[in-house]
Design a protein around this ligand. Structure first.
Ligand code: TXA
Ligand code: MG
Length: 337
């Protein structure tokens, strides 16, 4: 795996990103940062290249990928005629952490869409991602650059941990900004449907185009999700996680009970609660919800180095980015109390 440490202010970045883009054009896989999480990219028009993504991640074949493009024109080039409200969404939120599910025109390889007639497309809001996409000048299929089932990578060392030796390159530009993945919104019907909450919230979207729906499976486990990827166990840390809804003394009581059984407990909490809790290991999610989103995946990965038997994490209000955070935590948790 070729590794580039890049800095947008350095002259050599052009040469580095040209090397990365050249690998993509040759049909190889390259991991790069976006504003949400690191993605594992391959030429979306090259079926063999896309296959390498599925192999490196151990990703189920029926889970479609998002095509990343640098401009609206490149988005238009890979989709069929779409609903009018989509232009308003693009205008308001792209580049940004939102993925539009649109009718595909067949430009991208069949394994990008896992055989579906629709395709997920997004314009990432990250200078490095945009530069690579501009230089390569192709749509780049990119899922999150983690092993399938693991927490997504918000730092380059997470990618290295999971995929070193399995991919052709890794562009390291430090931690990503948003920390959780893009909002996936199905725009194939008259009323858009959020399939995965993410970096852009439902209320931000509704402020632009009026009422949108949430995929019923997000709130009801017996419903089948419309985004194939949402049905898998996801974001699982290597140590079991309990999600505890309640005041800090309820959390403390649960931590105490588990420790009395001789188990070591790590707590994943906002700064303000950390000092109030007695446990075996601590990870701070920060001061506010945008910090919580940014630190979440690092937190889920952190405790495997700490010889811990159980992670206990608090719940968060499901407003704004809190919807995405709680969606990921519910999927990561082995128990919700
Ligand atoms: O922020 C992000 O979206 C990151 C960065 C790298 O861009 N990417 C990402 O990709 O999270 P991935 O593959 O981990 O998640 C894509 C999600 C999956 O749940 C997948 O099932 C869904 O989008 N998806 C993709 N194409 C779809 C389609 N045509 N119809 C329904 N769901 C689709
Ligand atoms: Mg993923």
């Amino acid at each position: 795996t070729k590794y580039w440490k890049v800095n947008i202010n350095e002259q050599r970045i052009n040469k580095q990103l040209t090397e990365a883009a050249t690998l993509l054009l040759r049909g190889e896989t390259v991991a790069f940062p976006t504003e949400t999480v690191y993605g594992l990219g391959a030429d979306a028009t090259n079926e063999k290249a896309v296959k390498k993504i599925f192999q490196a991640k151990g990703r189920p074949q029926d889970n479609p990928l998002i095509a990343h493009v640098a401009t609206k024109q490149q988005l238009v080039d890979i989709v069929d005629k779409y609903n009018e409200y989509v232009d308003k969404l693009i205008e308001a939120f792209s580049p940004g952490p939102i993925t539009y599910i649109l009718p595909s025109n067949g430009t991208c390889a069949a394994n990008v869409t896992a055989g579906l007639s629709s395709i997920g497309v997004r314009i990432p809001d990250h200078p490095i991602a945009l530069k690579i996409l501009q230089i390569a000048n192709i749509p780049v299929a990119a899922p999150s650059a983690n092993l399938s089932g693991k927490p997504s990578p918000s730092k380059a060392n997470h990618v290295w941990e999971d995929l070193q030796g399995k991919i052709a390159g890794l562009v390291d530009a430090g931690p990503t900004g948003v920390g959780v993945e893009s909002t996936v919104i199905d725009c194939t019907g008259p009323i858009p449907v959020i399939l995965r909450p993410g970096g852009i919230s439902k209320s931000e979207i509704e402020a632009v185009i009026g009422p949108v729906q949430m995929d019923p499976s997000l709130h009801n486990d017996s419903e089948k999700p419309k985004a194939p990827g949402m049905k898998y166990t996801h974001y699982s840390p290597e140590v079991p996680l309990w999600l505890v809804d309640g005041p800090v003394d309820k959390l403390q009581q649960i931590v105490c009970e588990v420790r009395e059984q001789g188990k070591r407990v790590g707590v994943l909490l906002q700064n303000k609660y950390l000092e109030q809790i007695e446990a075996d290991a601590y990870f701070s999610l920060g001061e506010n919800m945008s910090e919580v989103a940014m630190n979440l995946y690092e937190g889920l990965r952190h405790f495997k180095k700490e010889n811990i038997d159980l992670i206990v994490c608090e719940t968060f209000p499901e407003i704004g980015i809190g919807q995405a955070v709680m969606n990921r935590l519910r999927k990561a948790a082995s128990k919700i109390i």
